[in-house]
Ligand binder design. Structure first.
Ligand SMILES: CC(C)(COP(=O)(O)OP(=O)(O)OC[C@H]1O[C@@H](n2cnc3c(N)ncnc32)[C@H](O)[C@@H]1OP(=O)(O)O)[C@@H](O)C(=O)NCCC(=O)NCCS
Length: 153
C-alpha cells in the first residue's frame, strides 16, 4: 500500500473507488445518498492546492482504498477533515493511519486546528477521534456532531 498526495488525474480513480463504497459508508462520509460521484465533484476533489486543501490517497494495486482530506473552513486557521476507507479495508487500522497522516500534513502546512462533522452513530470515527484528537468543543445538531480539535501529540 502506498499513501500519496492526490493528483488531478485521480478523478477516475476516485469515481471507481466511490462505486465500491457501501451506501452506509457513502452516507457516513457525505451525509446523503449518492449512487455515483458526480464528475464535477470528482474533479473538485482531485484538484487541490496542497496547502489550503489537501487529500492523501491510500493506493493498493493501482486502486484507491482510502482517502483523507482537509478543506478550508470559514475560520482561516481551521481545516475540516474527512476520511473514507473502502468497506473491504475497514477495521484494519488504515483509517487511523490516514487520519494521522492528514493531520501531520496539515500541520506541516501551518494548520493546527481542525473540525470534523461526524454522524452521531458513527462509532468507528468517534473512536478514532477519541484517541487521535484533543477535542476542544463539540456540538450535536440533527444527528451530526461537529468536533473542533487539535492533533494529539
Ligand atoms: C471511519 C473510517 C474512516 C475508519 O477507518 P477504518 O480503517 O475502519 O478505522 P481503523 O481500522 O483505523 O479503526 C478505527 C477504530 O475504530 C474501532 N472500531 C472498528 N470497528 C468498530 C465498530 N464496529 N464499532 C466501534 N469501533 C470500531 C477500531 O477498534 C479502532 O479503534 P482502536 O484501534 O482504538 O481499537 C471508516 O470506517 C470509513 O471510511 N467509514 C465510512 C466513512 C466515514 O465514516 N467517514 C468519516 C466521516 S469524517
Amino acid at each position: 500500500m502506498l499513501i500519496r498526495p492526490i493528483r488531478p488525474q485521480d478523478e477516475k480513480l476516485l469515481r471507481e473507488a466511490f462505486r465500491r463504497l457501501t451506501p452506509e459508508s457513502v452516507y457516513q462520509r457525505f451525509f446523503g445518498s449518492l449512487r455515483e460521484l458526480p464528475a464535477q465533484m470528482a474533479r473538485h476533489l482531485a484538484n487541490v492546492d496542497y496547502v489550503q486543501r489537501l487529500a492523501l490517497v491510500a493506493e493498493h494495486d493501482n486502486k484507491a482504498i482510502g482517502v483523507a482530506r482537509y478543506e478550508p473552513t470559514d475560520d482561516p486557521g481551521t481545516a475540516e477533515v474527512a476520511l473514507a476507507v473502502l468497506d473491504a479495508w475497514q477495521e484494519r487500522g488504515l483509517g487511523r493511519i490516514l487520519l494521522r497522516e492528514i493531520l501531520r500534513a496539515a500541520e506541516e502546512n501551518g494548520i493546527h486546528r481542525f473540525r470534523a462533522d461526524v454522524l452521531s452513530e458513527n462509532a468507528r470515527m468517534l473512536r478514532l477521534l477519541a484517541t487521535e484528537a484533543d477535542i476542544q468543543t463539540r456540538r450535536t445538531e440533527s444527528g451530526i456532531t461537529t468536533f473542533f480539535f487539535t492533533r494529539r501529540g
